[in-house]
Design a protein around this ligand. Structure first.
Ligand SMILES: [Zn+2]
Length: 55
């Protein structure tokens, strides 16, 4: 199944072992985010949490 990252627009081919495969099969409108962007988002989120934790 071909999916497009909602953030960077990169097209990727995913198969049934991908963690989001079932979600995307069930709902083709579901947002797909590639691993690179996922990583950026999660590192951004943990930075934000760290900042909040200090305050
Ligand atoms: Zn991406």
């Amino acid at each position: 199944m071909k999916v497009r990252c909602a953030i960077c627009g990169k097209e990727e081919e995913i198969n049934k072992v991908h963690k989001d495969y079932k979600k995307l099969m069930a709902n083709p409108q579901a947002v797909y985010i590639c691993q690179v962007c996922n990583f950026k988002l999660s590192s951004q989120a943990s930075r934000d949490n760290a900042v909040k934790g200090k305050n």
